[in-house]
Design a protein around this ligand. Structure first.
Ligand code: FE2
Ligand code: FE2
Length: 147
């Protein structure tokens, strides 16, 4: 694993921590597929890993938003806006990924993946903590899937 889970990422709400861990794992898998200068030889695997990371990102952001709405988090709009802005960056990542086949793959991939991880870790360690504090005040430490 290149991007190692750090206990300081834990928010101590089990479902959210499990999702954040899985998210990081998928980005690690993407990074592994991109490593070794063999990216272009293995575009099918690379594309699958990229698509999984993007799909899981969207799943996780939607899950959080449902949860925040359900518990009437006062900062919902601000948090959703941060997610929406990141999704715009994802569109940019997808465009860059599509160019990988005909430009320097390592440079593009590392750039895309590192930006992805940077945003994710920063969001988990900072933005998500705001709603976590609110949910814990309500005594909530775990959730079943909201469907
Ligand atoms: Fe999150
Ligand atoms: Fe979030």
């Amino acid at each position: 694993m290149i991007f190692v889970w750090d206990d300081s990422y834990n928010v101590n709400i089990k479902t959210i921590d499990d999702q954040h861990r899985k998210w990081l794992k998928l980005i690690n898998e993407l990074y592994e597929h991109a490593e070794g200068g063999k990216a272009l030889e293995n575009m099918a695997y690379l594309k699958a890993a990229f698509d999984s990371a993007i799909a899981y990102t969207k799943y996780h952001l939607r899950y959080e938003e449902k949860l925040l709405l359900l518990y009437e988090y006062p900062g919902f709009k601000e948090h959703k806006k941060i997610h929406d802005d990141f999704e715009k960056r994802l569109v940019h990542f997808i465009r860059r990924f599509d160019r990988i086949t005909y430009t320097k793959p390592e440079v593009l991939l590392h750039d895309v993946i590192l930006s992805f991880v940077d945003w994710m870790v920063d969001h988990i360690k900072n933005d998500d903590r705001d709603y976590v504090a609110f949910l814990k005040e309500k005594g909530l430490t775990d959730f079943q899937s909201t469907g």
